[in-house]
Design a protein around this ligand. Sequence first.
Ligand SMILES: [Zn+2]
Ligand SMILES: [Zn+2]
Length: 376
Amino acid sequence: MKKPPIIVFNVVLFTVLTLISVIGVPYWALTYGFNTFEIVTTVVLFFFTGMSITAGYHRLWSHKAYEANALVKFVLAVGGAMTLQNSILHWASDHRVHHRHVDVNDKDPYSAKRGFWFSHIGWMLREYQAERYTDYSNCRDLQKDKIVMWQHNYYVPIVLVSNIAITALLGYLNGSVLGMMLLAGICRIVLVHHVTFFINSLCHIWGKQPYTDCNTAKDNGILALFTFGEGYHNYHHIFEYDYRNGIKWWHYDPTKWVIKALSLIGWTKNLRKCPEDKIQQAKFAMQLQFAKEKLEHRYPNPEEVIAKLEAEYELLVAKCNEYYLSKKRLMRIQQRQLKRTVDSIDMHTKCEELKAAFQAQKMRFNSLASMPLQPV
Ligand SMILES: [Zn+2]
Ligand SMILES: [Zn+2]
């Protein structure tokens, strides 16, 4: 089959950025060296721009996993543009198609079933889906978002101004514009590119599938370290609207921590979470499947053991449902009780105030009524 035409701009861009990073940056390091300020700026911009993709492009705009105020959105829109991964609207549109048609080679824009190279970077080098390049019909909600549309309409100037102005200014203050642009500009862009591309490639290849095997997405704690927490990709593909990817408190998911921290000062809100019983039941279903596969391989006549296992599984699901249902009821009752307590405290305070006002008025009246009468 004939391959689609090459996207020359993308090929040249990736090649030039990569060559500068693997030749120019080491040459500069050996000839002039990089100082602490340049290294710290690079690390800060790496995390800021990388997490603008994971917290902004991905969890906020593609999945609507939480809401953010205009300032947070603006900062994430600029940080995301600094990574050169196209506009929010375009990125989110591709990503929604990825979730909807995951692993379907002719629909999923970066289908992992087409191999590591394709899902990592190859999909951007040829016009594989030219017909839907400007079709944003799956992002009508985002087309109503003023910040998304501002970033989409002025994408190129925002990319140039944010990348060049920030790094050049910091470089100027530090004494070397070129050194800063090489490390905190170009090398940082390349690093952020590949760690985010890993989510589409390695996170669909390497790891475990504790929640679903309906697609290739994997959970991998090691990859989470390099992808700002997005390594828990198996969980993400089944519960995509959850603002967390690593659901345990100790899972390395800095994106989740930033979103949560911002909610504490009111800058983000309505953080969505999948109910615990749904998560547990997805896990039980996978455990049952693994156990059945193991038994079928190891036992000559596994039917009896499998039947027993399935019966225990049914009981487990029933007990899980009962427990979480009663837990929800208990919480509702406690909330009602709490509200009643608050109401009764309010009522008590109000009653005390009215009592004081009544007594004061009684005194005023009594003092007036008991005044000796003056003859007219
Ligand atoms: Zn994926
Ligand atoms: Zn996603």
